[in-house]
Ligand binder design. Structure first.
Ligand SMILES: Cc1cc2nc3c(=O)[nH]c(=O)nc-3n(C[C@H](O)[C@H](O)[C@H](O)COP(=O)(O)OP(=O)(O)OC[C@H]3O[C@@H](n4cnc5c(N)ncnc54)[C@H](O)[C@@H]3O)c2cc1C
Length: 401
């Protein structure tokens, strides 16, 4: 039985976050320190300082590392509030990829690595990047195509070679987590490993910044080359050869936090569309009184409500310690598509205004598109789910028993 009740402390925290986003964050949405590669770090740090004073920083991170230590359902509430503004997740320090990297470091890093990398990440002083995807036929939807290599050097460390792209937040990040195919002295493939090190490293170069549809991440998305980059044995994250396992560990909760943030963003668009449908008149009545518009608003409510339920169910399972792989996968596909529909209908209800920057809907419309692609495109999730349906004797439900 899923428990939907909230304790009074959580209610209070959610109200505080809602008011903070409304009063402090939303008025900064037109701050000029933003370009097509996202908000500047100066703006980010100002917002983070204000969220810190309001006691709202890093909902997902454990208390011992400086976060609020909320469970998955608590995160769902706070990240939805953060997502209400495109710069809200930055302010509350719950933005990708830092939020996913925090969870990964907390689970896998050594105590020394945590002190050095996790603490400043949770406090919002530093940003990080996660380097997995590769251009030109390398790792993407299929991570097994990983081409970047880590070969052993004579000092017990490794030498990295390869090219990564679509690396969110690389410009300005203080450290990186890099996924590479690890070879032993004889050239035998030991599988993928993760490496954790700072960005001031010889041989690691940003080749370019990509011009993309979205602009909600500081630094945007970069192409990064690794040419004989030396890393020490103490810069391996976790164990050699377990990189794909760790990637899954990172991705499950990270998929859910994307759903939470985009739920807030879609709710914002819907609220703006509702206001317009109430005020604007055409053909003798309010827009909202026309069935065509009223039905779009009703469909928005249904998509928002069902997305929230799926998020809550997957979070509840995660809070029980369940694997919930299929549930997070289904939630990711459903929310990315349903919430995109909400944003699209909101543009439609706003008419010509919807495609202008007179409302934030236009920005969210551009930003949300990639949600159906990253952390597993919808088709890959459907394909994996289909395999589990077909392969499990008695169907997926039987396989879950
Ligand atoms: C905004 C954004 C931010 C990102 N940030 C990062 C980051 O910080 N770090 C990082 O490492 N990567 C990042 N990525 C990359 C992201 O993880 C990849 O784009 C994603 O994994 C898909 O890989 P690909 O782009 O190579 O697409 P491809 O692998 O080329 O796939 C293209 C399309 O083929 C289809 N397809 C693939 N496999 C199947 C299948 N089995 N069945 C049916 N259809 C299929 C899907 O429609 C898919 O969209 C980011 C991407 C975006 C858009």
């Amino acid at each position: 039985m899923i428990d939907f009740s909230l304790d009074p402390q959580m209610e209070e925290l959610r109200t505080r976050a809602r008011e903070f986003v409304r009063d402090i964050v939303v008025p900064r949405e037109h701050d000029p320190r933003q370009d097509r590669h996202g908000p500047s770090d100066e703006l980010r740090l100002e917002l983070v300082a204000q969220a810190r004073s309001a006691g709202l920083l890093s909902a997902h991170a454990p208390v011992e590392w400086g976060g609020l230590g909320l469970d998955h359902r608590g995160r769902a509430l706070l990240l939805e509030e953060a997502g209400y503004s495109p710069i809200g997740p930055l302010a509350l320090n719950v933005q990708a990829p830092d939020e996913g990297n925090t969870n990964l470091l907390e689970k896998v890093a050594t105590p020394e690595q945590k002190e050095r990398f996790l603490r400043p990440l949770v406090s919002g002083e530093q940003r990080s990047a996660f380097c997995m995807t590769e251009p030109d036929g390398g790792a993407g939807s299929d991570p097994r195509l990983l081409r970047t290599t880590a070969t052993p050097d004579s000092r017990g460390g490794y030498v990295l070679n390869g090219r990564k792209w679509l690396i969110t937040g690389f410009p300005g990040a203080r450290f990186v987590i890099v996924m590479a195919r690890t070879l032993d002295d004889t050239g035998r493939d030991l599988g993928a490993s993760m490496f954790l090190f700072d960005t001031e490293r010889a041989g690691m170069t940003m080749v370019g910044q990509l011009n993309t549809m979205d602009n909600n991440s500081p630094g945007g998305h970069a192409i990064v080359d690794f040419e004989d980059v030396r890393v020490g044995a103490d810069e391996v994250l976790g164990e050699v050869g377990r990189g794909f396992r760790y990637a899954q560990l990172r991705l499950g909760p990270a998929r859910m936090t994307h759903c939470m943030r985009w739920l807030g963003a879609a709710r914002r668009c819907h609220d703006i569309a509702v206001d317009y449908a109430r005020e604007r008149h055409a053909f003798g009545k309010r827009l909202g009184d026309h069935e065509g518009v009223g039905f779009m608003l009703a469909d928005n409510e249904m998509d928002l409500h069902s997305s929230r339920l799926l998020i809550w169910q997957a979070c509840w399972l995660l809070d029980q310690g369940a694997r919930a792989r299929e549930e997070t996968s289904m939630a990711k596909v459903y929310c990315s598509e349903a919430l995109s529909r909400v944003v699209d209908r909101s543009v439609q209800i706003l008419g010509g205004r919807g495609i202008t920057d007179h409302t934030v809907v236009e920005r969210i419309y551009r930003d949300i598109r990639s949600f159906r692609i990253y952390d597993g495109p919808s088709e890959v999730h459907r394909w994996a789910l289909a395999r589990s349906i077909v392969d499990e004797p008695g169907g997926r439900e039987a396989g879950m028993k």
